[in-house]
Design a protein around this ligand. Structure first.
Ligand code: HEC
Ligand code: HEC
Ligand code: HEC
Ligand code: HEC
Ligand code: HEC
Length: 191
């Protein structure tokens, strides 16, 4: 009797549990915290067409894309009248210069964040997703949306398990990726 209950109950439990994991509602979509300096991707990467890798130098070679140090900002903002209008320094650039002179880094608030039990690295994704000759930003769109149009960065994709697994399944089934080792087994993405 007990054994029979376990026999029926356990698979039911496993199925329900997996369904919950896969369809768990995306909690962070729309998260767009205000940052310590009002840095705008729409202005820099959009209007001025800066490449993502100018600042996110790790994205195609490391696990982390990384957030740039203020030295990179000062390549432009240390000089001239950039950030002045009508002879007055913009308050946001004044903040930037103050951080820089005090050798402090702004505490940027993380927007995208996976739990620690998930394995994720940028480099292999960018290498697979970036088509030759295409601008870097195209390889970011599947997971971050059109960041070059964002004044404030916002999470637009769920980045939950179903989201990751769906893309892996499509790639695994796609002709050119069939033997590339993109997998959907649990230990592929979990420690
Ligand atoms: C001039 C430097 C610069 C360029 C160019 C740039 N970024 Fe950023 N990026 C930053 C800074 C600074 C932050 C942290 C502040 C923020 O979130 O706005 C950031 C944050 C981000 C985040 C959020 C990180 C998190 O906390 O989860 C994403 C995603 C991102 N950038 C993607 C891109 C993409 C895609 C491009 C190219 C279209 C790009 N960035 C171009 C400087 C830059
Ligand atoms: C390649 C050059 C370049 C780099 C690098 C750069 N910026 Fe800018 N930034 C600009 C330009 C051009 C403008 C527009 C200036 C204007 O309209 O007067 C601007 C404008 C800004 C403004 C808006 C100023 C205002 O009027 O309020 C902020 C804030 C800013 N940048 C912050 C940053 C930060 C933070 C970084 C580093 C993560 C950075 N910038 C890196 C070129 C750059
Ligand atoms: C396959 C999905 C995917 C792609 C493609 C992708 N990212 Fe990410 N990105 C993530 C995830 C997931 C995180 C959160 C990682 C974590 O919490 O460890 C993240 C975090 C970031 C961060 C925060 C800092 C960091 O390194 O963790 C930045 C900046 C960023 N991505 C920039 C980019 C840029 C620029 C591109 C395109 C060149 C890009 N990403 C492409 C999924 C992706
Ligand atoms: C847009 C499609 C896409 C999405 C979304 C995606 N991946 Fe991938 N992922 C790939 C491809 C393609 C590869 C194979 C790269 C290669 O050729 O080695 C890969 C490889 C991997 C690898 C193995 C890379 C290595 O270290 O060798 C891990 C781990 C991984 N993905 C985790 C994740 C996680 C976690 C998420 C969700 C946050 C995710 N992926 C979302 C397409 C995607
Ligand atoms: C392609 C990558 C990928 C694969 C393959 C994968 N997972 Fe996940 N898993 C994730 C991500 C990403 C999260 C974090 C989801 C979130 O934060 O919403 C997650 C979360 C979880 C959680 C925690 C649920 C929660 O809501 O916190 C469990 C349990 C889990 N996975 C089990 C599994 C099992 C069992 C398998 C094999 C059948 C598996 N995973 C395969 C990416 C993956």
């Amino acid at each position: 009797m007990v054994l029979k209950l376990v026999k029926i109950g356990l698979p039911l439990f496993v199925v329900a549990f997996l369904a919950w994991v896969i369809f768990a509602p995306p909690q962070r979509v729309g998260y767009a915290p205000e940052q310590p300096i009002a840095y705008s991707h729409a202005l820099h990467a959009g209007k001025h067409g800066m490449d993502c890798q100018y600042c996110h130098t790790g994205v195609a070679v490391n696990k982390k894309a990384g957030v740039p140090s203020l030295n990179i900002c000062m390549n432009c903002h240390a000089y001239g009248t950039m950030g002045y209008s009508g002879g007055k320094l913009s308050p946001e650039i004044a903040k930037l210069k103050k951080y820089y002179e005090e050798k402090k880094s702004p505490e940027w608030i993380r927007v995208h964040n996976l739990p620690d039990h998930v394995r994720f690295a940028h480099a292999p994704h960018i290498k697979a997703l970036l088509k030759e000759g295409a601008p870097t930003k195209e390889a970011c769109v599947p997971c971050h949306g059109q960041v070059e149009q964002m004044v404030v960065v916002s999470q637009v994709m769920p980045l939950n398990m179903g989201f990751c697994v769906n893309c892996h399944r499509d790639y695994r089934n796609a002709h050119e990726y069939r033997n590339r080792g993109v997998a959907v087994s649990c230990n592929f993405c979990h420690y």
